[in-house]
Design a protein around this ligand. Structure first.
Ligand code: BES
Ligand code: MN
Ligand code: ZN
Length: 478
């Protein structure tokens, strides 16, 4: 076999090396750092071995995925165009994890697409390094159907994540509410998809005073974008995904400090992720109905901007005292949640880079997960676990609601410093009465800061998996 690289377990490496007549050489190399991922160049038709030892990979999907990510990083470091992936032999967790060929292949694809993603839209000279171009997955006899399915669904997820990352990485002078509306409208080219864009005047008619208060200071009109995918039956209740799409968050009159303010172009990651999840569902042809609602607006200070102390009325009829114009995400989302009711949803999941407090609580490893429905909450947590796109459950106890008391309106839009991610979720919960609703605060997970600054595409894997699992249920129902 002629290939740039084989990605293999140590056992397989030894066997292959023996067959290629370089057994001694490889055995010696493998003794050096037996627990690390290692590249062994060999003078044969197979030019390199990337050797990937199991080291806790059987413990949990997160550890398994981490190791796969390391294997991909090693592969990426080689200047090879093609490779054969033989890692479906690696030990993996039996329960709720990548025990079988389907899951191993999904993680291989997931790691590859994450590592090979580039955003050089705005570089005058795109990076010449495109990485490995073709990876073949070696499927054991009896696993071919599962592996083929994993490749199909893995590619659908890749398309969705790339869309989410491209939208989120685009700067705020490019990625405006109109740009998000246009990106969603592009999806209407695909089968069974329709897109509708509501303008500010229509939102005013619906009574969306909270939503409109956010965009008041901006010269760029807000949009409420609704993209619908009808993969299921006419009468099937849809899964509704709602995304925070603040294309830039200055804080408004409650202006943010200057440091790292550029990162507030990522404040539309929620909207990008629901568009991405929808794209993945479309590409995978899921037999369910999905509605993605993108709440798109820019939060700017100006002579027209909302002031601290302003009181607005929401589509639900409840009034809100805006004590801090920087707590704008919940103002968009509360009206978007009320709007979602018209689709008589099976479930509603909103996704938002909602609070800095969420980053303090959970860092970059887990999204915060809130749900007013136990089944929905555990289904989302499970979807996050198997995809290694984890979400951790947080409380919505009534005790926290007290922090939202206002002297002048039905509620305030902030609850003070303690438990900031929770009080934000509690605010939203007041608009989700009677819905089966969940909220994902992705402020720490949707993008990275620092040297690797950029959108991660999370939580598209979790959302897509949740939808895929529901589609599987529908298929296996009597
Ligand atoms: N978009 C921010 C939340 C955020 C902060 C995301 C840092 C990622 C990193 C949100 O609109 C915001 O400003 N929230 C305020 C709420 C506060 C005023 C109650 C925050 O977290 O400081
Ligand atoms: Mn803000
Ligand atoms: Zn924000």
């Amino acid at each position: 076999m002629r290939t740039g690289c084989l990605v293999v377990t140590p056992e397989r490496a030894a066997q292959v090396a023996e067959e290629l007549g370089v057994g001694q050489f490889v055995a010696h190399a493998l003794e050096q750092t037996p627990k690390k991922v290692m590249v062994v160049p060999i003078p044969t038709d197979v030019r390199n071995l990337v050797v990937v030892p199991a080291d806790g990979t059987e413990d949990d999907p997160g550890k398994y995925r981490k190791r796969i990510d390391e294997a991909v990083a090693a592969l990426r470091g080689l200047a090879v165009k093609d490779a054969v992936w033989c890692l479906n032999e690696m030990p993996a967790p039996e329960s709720g994890g990548p025990a079988d060929a389907y899951w191993k292949t999904r993680h291989a694809l997931g790691a590859l697409s994450a590592a090979l993603y580039r955003y050089d839209e705005h570089k005058s000279k795109p990076s010449p390094d495109r990485g490995v171009a073709r990876v073949a997955v070696l499927a054991e006899p009896g696993t071919r159907t599962a592996v083929r399915r994993a490749v199909g669904e893995g590619n659908a997820l890749d398309a969705g994540m790339s869309l989410a990352r491209d939208l989120a990485n685009a700067p705020a002078n490019v990625c405006t509410p109109q740009y998000l509306a246009d990106a969603a409208s592009d999806l209407a080219e695909l089968a069974n998809v329709t897109v509708e864009v509501l303008e500010e005047a229509q939102m005013a008619e619906l009574g969306m005073g909270a939503f409109l208060s956010v965009t008041r200071g901006s010269d760029t009109p807000a949009k409420l974008v609704v993209a619908r995918y009808q993969g299921g039956g006419e009468g099937d209740a849809p899964f509704v995904l709602v995304g925070k799409g603040v294309t830039f968050d200055t804080g408004g009159i409650s202006l943010k400090p200057g440091a790292a303010m550029d990162e507030m172009k990522f404040d539309m990651c929620g909207a990008a992720s629901v568009a991405g999840a929808l794209r993945a569902a479309i590409d995978a042809n899921l037999p369910i109905n999905v509605v993605a609602i993108l709440a798109a607006a820019e939060n700017m200070p100006s002579g027209k901007a909302s002031r601290p102390g302003d009181i607005v009325s929401t589509m639900s009829g409840q009034t809100v005292e805006i004590l801090n114009t920087d707590a704008e995400g919940r103002l968009l989302l509360c009206d978007a949640l009320s709007f979602a009711r018209r689709y008589e949803p099976r479930t509603v999941i909103d996704v938002a880079t909602l609070t800095g407090a969420c980053v303090i609580a959970l860092g970059a490893h887990a999204s915060a997960l809130y749900a007013n429905d136990e089944e929905l909450g555990s289904q989302l947590a499970a979807a996050g676990r198997v995809t290694a796109d984890r979400a951790w459950p947080m409380p919505l106890w009534d005790d926290y609601q007290e922090q939202l008391k206002s002297n002048f309106a039905d509620m305030a839009n902030i609850g003070g410093r303690p438990a900031g991610s929770i009080t934000a979720a509690c605010f939203l919960s007041r608009f989700a009465d009677g819905l089966r609703w969940a909220h994902l605060d992705v402020a720490g997970t949707a993008y990275r800061s620092g040297a690797r600054k950029g959108a991660t595409g999370r939580p598209v894997p979790l959302l897509f998996q949740y939808l895929l699992d529901r589609a599987d249920e529908a298929a296996s129902a009597p």
